[in-house]
Design a protein. Structure first.
Length: 322
């Protein structure tokens, strides 16, 4: 895998250490982590799936099928994709961009489901007293963001919309915690970030929102699986997406209670979580041809920018023929 294009390169050691520690050798795998038709192995980040795990409703739906569920928490989507690639999980959640890089590197993933568009939960922020007042003012400025993430595509399209090229800004590739520190110290001029980091920056750093993704990109979240698992367990995937949609609909109707629960999961003040939840759009469903076309656009953009080494055809990335 070329270090020139893969988001795994920046976090390669972390990703491989996490995935291999989880995977180990086939002989040393714990029983829940071994590939089995009777265990649905879910990787997840802190968020919606954490709430689903706490409720146990997915387990109740799958018990009649003779299938149990195992859960493994990861700190980022790319690490989950590594775990899928080495056969340690069957299912996970991720943003728009990491799967593109994984597929360009040959990962056998398919998209099991997608959320509705969520353009309000990613944005460019600047310090409150920054002289930057418009996107055009970003020209020549130091802009921090996580390489290979959904916000990289957002930044490309935002600059394009305002007559700028991707090369017109100085990209500073930093993971969210490091980007926050750089932003706070004034080492960068702007930060492109997603929630809940975005809400935290607004609430605790008094960051000013310069532009969000509304009218620029859709910003969906995705649920992925392997081609092998999708072929053998379409029923399990259908139930999983239904249960995820159910928890999303509950959150949409019970935001104060959800904010309390999610604050405990994320370790954030409830005011931050409330700000985040109030700008999320809710809903999850299986992928469609139109949704895959959105991913295709991202893949084409990244290829044109030489961020991935080859063109992709993502219509082959559905769990079933569309």
């Amino acid at each position: 895998m070329s270090s020139s294009f893969s988001p795994f390169s920046a976090n390669r050691r972390q990703a491989l250490a996490a995935a291999l520690a989880l995977a180990g050798s086939a002989a040393s795998l714990p029983s829940w982590a071994q590939k089995s038709d009777k265990v649905f192995r879910i990787g997840h980040q802190k968020g919606w799936l954490s709430l689903l795990k706490a409720r146990g409703t997915l387990e109740k739906r799958l018990t009649p099928l003779g299938i149990s569920v195992s859960w493994t928490e990861f700190n980022a989507g790319p690490v989950q994709l590594e775990a899928l690639n080495v056969g340690s999980i069957d299912f996970g959640d991720v943003g728009e961009a990491p799967p593109i890089f994984a597929q360009a590197a040959g990962a056998p993933l398919v998209y099991a489901g997608a959320t509705v568009p969520r353009p309000g939960v990613e944005a460019v922020v600047v310090p409150k007293d920054s002289p930057i007042r418009s996107v055009a003012d970003l020209k020549g400025k130091r802009v921090a963001y996580n390489k290979g993430s959904n916000v990289q595509y957002f930044l490309v399209k935002l600059l394009e919309k305002h007559g700028l090229k991707y090369s017109d800004v100085q990209s500073v590739f930093l993971a969210p915690p490091d980007a926050r520190a750089a932003f706070e110290k004034g080492a960068v001029d702007a930060w492109v970030i997603w929630d809940p980091f975005l809400a935290a920056a607004q609430k605790t750093l008094d960051a000013r929102l310069l532009a969000d993704a509304k009218g620029v990109v859709n910003n969906r979240a995705y649920y992925f699986t392997s081609r092998d698992f999708a072929t053998r367990h379409t029923d399990v995937l259908r139930i999983a997406i239904e249960e995820i949609n159910t928890i999303e609909q509950w959150i949409s109707k019970n935001k104060p209670a959800a904010a309390v629960e999610l604050s405990a999961v994320l370790g954030l003040d409830k005011s931050i979580t409330e700000l985040f939840l109030n700008r999320v759009a809710y809903g999850a469903a299986p992928v469609t041809r139109d949704i895959l076309a959105e991913q295709q656009s991202i893949a084409d953009t990244f290829f044109d920018l030489k961020l991935i080494p080859r063109k992709l055809n993502l219509l082959h990335a559905a769990p079933v023929d569309l």
